[in-house]
Design a binder for this molecule. Structure first.
Ligand SMILES: CC(=O)N[C@H]1[C@@H](OP(=O)(O)OP(=O)(O)OC[C@H]2O[C@@H](n3ccc(=O)[nH]c3=O)[C@H](O)[C@@H]2O)O[C@H](CO)[C@@H](O)[C@@H]1O
Ligand SMILES: C=C(OP(=O)(O)O)C(=O)O
Length: 442
């Protein structure tokens, strides 16, 4: 039975939501537990699909994962780590992007790793060439990278390496970290990503006994150690979920206190929010986001790696820009195909034109290659309810907040995708006063 969410729009979202540990850190912290020779404890764990997927992957590799019924904290004991069968691995094909990060830890423990084909949002090709090159630098052999997944071995162990990433990829940087901490000798990675979730992963690895320094100009150095212990760590809050609810407040002319939102990790977002005309108040417990009344202002924006404007913030913000007075331009420089979600916004009444040129100050990797990676948004345009099928996590959130702001009723399918990154999504919407009903259809 498929689910369809009916949304009656036009209600400002008001109230409080709580964000917990980041989707882009928690599953990776769980993978890091494989590196220890004693159990690890992870706190502030959200109930989202990627956590369920990694819990299952750890279990089929012999890791005991137990959850505290009251706090939700996870205790992961890797003492029984074993090779999983290809059938077990195959059950997770297409689920998430995290399995590729099992390579380093499994190669250290078992000398081999079998990785299912990856899932994640369909916002570009999302190749894994950087990951496989990184692993080869450490001495791993890629037996097979084909339709049934990737099989990797390290018959001679893994040795530290000097690596320069072609682009500051988040996943490839994490691949380096999770492999280098127990490799023989020293690793140096240039052009590394330094997103807050990566720095939190480094903190956690440091607790385990890893030797890591983050130097100038995105260079990270790691001295491998033979053994690591388990960690006890509280995951950093989800800055992407925080930014999503902030955009929801602006789009619906509402007022949302996001408990747990951390200003430190949202500097670029808060700057942009204020430029558009959104208001916020930072407290020790979170951030209140609200529409202060009056017109929203258009802007010109490029997504970028940290400390730039995060690509995952772009999609919900585009909905707010449909309500700004004037022309806004967004140049998406991280993914080549992240504007597909705007088709549904156009059906709802928005004016969005896509272009393959780089409409930004810096020409990016996608210029002259026929990727529609720049968007011109003209507002304000009233939005009306529509029937929408959610394409991906952030595009889906954008559709939902557009429907919440629109006049009339919308029907949304594919809502399950939202569970990848938004904990207790329906409860939060209801608590904020949204008029929504979930029904099942044959
Ligand atoms: C689970 C997780 O943490 N997901 C985040 C992570 O994704 P993820 O780690 O997959 O993103 P990357 O930073 O690796 O990707 C950035 C760019 O590099 C390219 N690339 C990446 C790897 C590779 O081997 N070859 C290659 O060409 C990608 O196609 C993309 O164009 O960082 C992205 C950028 O901040 C975020 O949008 C995602 O929410
Ligand atoms: C692109 C995203 O996630 P993933 O890398 O897990 O697909 C996202 O969170 O917006």
């Amino acid at each position: 039975m498929a689910k369809v969410l009916t949304i009656h729009g036009g209600v400002p979202l008001k109230g409080k939501v709580t964000v917990r540990g980041a989707k882009n850190l928690v599953p990776k912290a769980m993978v890091a537990a494989l590196l220890g020779d004693s159990p690890s404890v992870l706190r502030n764990v959200p109930e989202i699909k990627d956590v369920a997927v990694v819990t299952s992957l750890l279990k089929i590799h012999g890791v005991t994962v137990s959850k505290d019924e009251v706090t939700g904290d996870l205790t992961m004991d890797p003492s029984g780590t074993k090779t999983a069968t290809s059938n077990e691995i195959d059950t997770h094909a297409g689920d998430s992007r995290i399995p590729i990060l099992f390579c380093g830890p499994l190669l250290h423990s078992l000398g081999e790793a079998l990785i299912p084909n990856l899932g994640g949002c369909k916002i570009g090709d999302r190749p894994i060439d950087f990951h496989l090159d990184v692993l080869r630098h450490f001495g791993a052999e890629i037996d097979k990278a084909g339709p049934l997944g990737t099989s990797i071995r390290a018959p001679h162990g893994l040795t530290g390496a000097k690596i320069s990433l072609p682009y500051p990829s988040v996943g490839a940087t994490e691949q380096v970290l999770l492999t280098a901490v127990r490799a023989k000798g020293t690793t140096e990675v240039e052009n590394a990503a330094i997103e807050p979730e990566i720095l939190d992963l480094i903190s956690l690895l440091q607790k385990m006994g890893a030797i890591i320094t983050v130097g100038r100009d995105r260079v990270i150095r790691i001295i491998g150690v033979e053994k690591l212990n388990g960690y006890n760590h509280k995951a950093l809050p989800d800055r992407n979920e925080s930014a999503s609810w902030a955009s929801a407040a602006l789009v619906t002319k509402g007022d949302i206190f996001v408990e747990g939102a951390a200003q430190r990790d949202l500097t670029a977002f808060l700057h942009t929010y204020r430029q558009i005309g959104g208001e916020f108040e930072v407290t020790d417990d979170g951030i209140r986001f609200f529409h202060p009344g009056g017109d929203l202002k258009p802007l010109i924006l490029e997504t970028d790696v940290h400390p730039g404007f995060m690509t995952d913030w772009q999609q919900p913000l585009v909905v707010a820009l449909t309500q700004a007075t004037g022309v806004s331009i967004i140049h998406e420089t991280v993914y080549e195909n992240r504007f597909g979600f705007t088709n549904a916004l156009v059906e709802m009444g928005a004016k969005v034109q896509l272009h393959s040129e780089c409409l930004g100050a810096i020409p990016c990797r996608f210029g002259q290659r026929n990727f529609q990676h720049s968007a011109v948004i003209t507002g304000p345009t009233p939005l009306t309810g529509a029937d929408v099928d959610i394409p991906d996590l952030r595009g889906g959130f954008s559709h939902l907040i557009a429907a919440l702001a629109a006049e009339g009723t919308s029907h949304v399918t594919g809502i399950e995708l939202i569970n990848r990154g938004y904990e207790k999504f329906m409860d939060k919407l209801t608590d904020l006063g949204a008029r929504v009903e979930m029904n099942e259809i044959a």
